[in-house]
Design a protein around this ligand. Structure first.
Ligand SMILES: NC(=O)CC[C@H](N)C(=O)O
Length: 189
């Protein structure tokens, strides 16, 4: 059983928590730096990246979290979490972690009403189709060497990984399919 942290300030925290429990692992809602020492991995959920960035700074979690990720802590950023992880934000300046070698466009698919869902096979993850839910989603405009593209949609990269870092524009936790979470867990040593 793995202890999987979820950055717990706001956003889709409960949804990740439920999926982690459904897979038989232990969710830990992370709000304080000390908690980083007891988890095997961490999920940065969807929500509002500007708010999460500000709270990360205010709580003193930004620097230790960045250090843990650079040191190899497995991390999965969904949507706003992807924005927090990207080194380069092409259309915005958000206070963020800036650790993964990708360029990201915030709100790339438009506003809340432009949210949508589609189905696709992500071969690295599973041979069956999974549902991809996009909510005011970002996409990746550029990946540097060392970043593996996992999924593209209409020519835009919407899932990728680099070493211990995994990012998705979409929200697997808002479906009742735990396939993507299983994939993340398989990356935890
Ligand atoms: N569903 C989401 O996480 C949306 C992300 C949000 N648009 C942001 O910029 O942070």
């Amino acid at each position: 059983m793995k202890k999987i942290g979820i950055l717990g300030f706001q956003g889709a925290v409960v949804e990740h928590e439920r999926q982690i429990q459904a897979l038989g692992h232990e969710p830990v809602i992370v709000k304080y730096p000390e908690q980083l020492d007891v988890i095997d991995a961490i999920i940065l959920p969807g929500g509002e990246s500007t708010t999460m960035g500000k709270i990360l700074n205010r709580t003193g979690l930004m620097a230790p979290l960045r250090e843990k990720i650079v040191g190899g802590l497995p991390v999965w950023g969904t949507c706003a979490g992807m924005i927090l992880l990207a080194k380069d934000l092409v259309n915005d300046s958000v206070t963020h972690l800036g650790v993964m070698d990708i360029s990201v466009r915030r709100n790339a698919y438009g506003s809340q009403i432009d949210s949508f869902s589609t189905k696709q096979v992500i071969p690295a993850v599973d041979s069956k189709e999974i549902e991809l839910v996009f909510i005011r989603a970002p996409y990746i405009t550029k990946v540097e060497d060392g970043v593996k593209v996992l999924c593209e949609l209409d020519g835009h990269v919407v899932a990728a990984e680099e070493r211990n870092m995994l990012v998705t524009s979409f929200h697997p936790e808002l479906t009742d399919d735990v396939t993507f979470l299983k994939y993340f867990v398989s990356k935890i040593k």
